[in-house]
Design a binder for this molecule. Sequence first.
Ligand code: ADP
Ligand code: ASP
Ligand code: MG
Length: 411
Amino acid sequence: MALIVQKYGGTSVGSVERIKDVAQRVAKFKMLGHQVVVVVSAMSGETNRLIALAREIQQSPDPRELDVLVSTGEQVTIALLSMALKDLGLRAKSYTGAQVRILTDDAFTKARILGIDEERIRADLEAGRVVVVAGFQGVDERGNITTLGRGGSDTTGVALAAALHADECQIYTDVDGVYTTDPRIVPEARRLKTVTFEEMLEMASLGSKVLQIRSVEFAGKYKVKLRVLSSFEEGGEGTLITFEEDDKMEQAVISGIAFNRDEAKITVQGVPDRPGIAYQILGPIAEGNVDVDMIIQNVGADGTTDFTFTVHRNEYQRALDILARVEAQIGARKVSGDTRICKVSVVGVGMRSHVGIASSMFRTLADEGINIQMISTSEIKISVVLDEKYLELAVRILHKAFKLEEEPQAV
Ligand code: ADP
Ligand code: ASP
Ligand code: MG
C-alpha cells in the first residue's frame, strides 16, 4: 500500500465528464489499496474568466480581493470531484486550502507556502477516505485567502506530498509527460522518460509551464518522487523527475528547449559610468517588489554606459513608473522599453562537459537571420532574448539543429 498524491490540472477537470473520468481513475488506485490525496485545479478557462471579470472593474485588481475571487474556481472542482467519488461508492471529503490549513505568507497572488497541517488529512486517509484538496490556494496567518501564482496547483500537490511523506506525487495533465519542448509548438518534440531535477528546475524557470517552478523547488528540497502523466491516456509511464544525474551512456547534451513570452525589456541609456550605478537603478526596482531576470551593462564610453534588463510583462509598467521617479537622480539620458520580446533557452546538464553548444545555437539563429538582443548563460543553460515574432521559428530550428526529436545516441 502506498500513499499517492495526484494533481489534476484544468483541462483534466474541464467538464463534468472529465471530472467523472478523474473519479474513475482515482477509484482504480483506491481499489488497489492505496491511500489517495487528490489536488485539483479550477475547470479550464475559469481562472482566466475570473481575472477578466475583476479587470472589468479595476484595471489592476486589488490583490487581496483578486485572491478571494480566483480561489473560488478550485472550490467548485473539489466539491464536484468529491460528489463524483461518492457516486462511485467511495468515501471522500473535500477541503479548501484554508480548511486544510495550508499556511502561506501574505504576498497575495504569489504567496509562498510556509507550512501545512496534515493531521486532518492523515486521519481521513486512515479512515479510508479519498481526500480532495483545492490547489493554488492557502491562507495567511491572519486568515486571509491567498493564492500561489498561476499554475500553483502543481505546488499544492508537491507540497502536500512532501508534508505527508507520500510515496509519489503524480501530476496529471493534457500531455503525457515532459517533452523536449512544448509539443504544441514542435509536433516532433519527444517525451523524456526521465529528466533531472536540475534540468526541470531550469526548464520551469525559463518558461515551460508544464510544472510551476515552485513545485519543482519543493520536490528538490524534500526529495519528492515526482512524475508527470496524461489524464487522457491509460497506462503511460510519463516522465519521472530524477535526483541523480544519469550516468547512462545515452545522456543527451541538450534535454530541452524552453521559451517565455511573458517578459519585457527596459533600457536605461546614457547613465554615468561610476560605482553604484547598478544599485541606483535596480535598488528601487527591487524595493518596488519587481523581479528582474536578465541584466546587461555595456562597456562604458565617454564616461557613460547603457543598462538593459528584463522584467515580467505584468510588472513592466510598474518598473517604468519607478524609473521615471528616479531617472533624474540617476542622470540617465533616456529610458526606453520593449514588450515585444521573447526568451528562448536551451537546457541540458550535458553542457557541462560539452563545448560549442553556444556557438551552434548562435549559428543556427544567424542562418535564419534572427537577431539576438541579449544573451545569458549558466552551467546548464543558454538563453537568448529575441524579437517576439521569431519565437516559434527559433524554437523549431533549434529543436532540429540539436536533433532533439531523435533518441540520444550512445556516446
Ligand atoms: P494543467 O492545466 O494540467 O496544469 P498546463 O497547461 O499548466 O496544464 O501545462 C501543460 C501544458 O504545458 C501542455 O499542454 C504544453 O502545451 C505545455 N508545455 C510547455 N512546455 C512543455 C514541455 N517541455 N513538455 C510538455 N508540455 C509542455
Ligand atoms: N487555476 C490556477 C491557474 O489557472 C492554478 C492551476 O491551474 O494550477 O493558474
Ligand atoms: Mg499547470
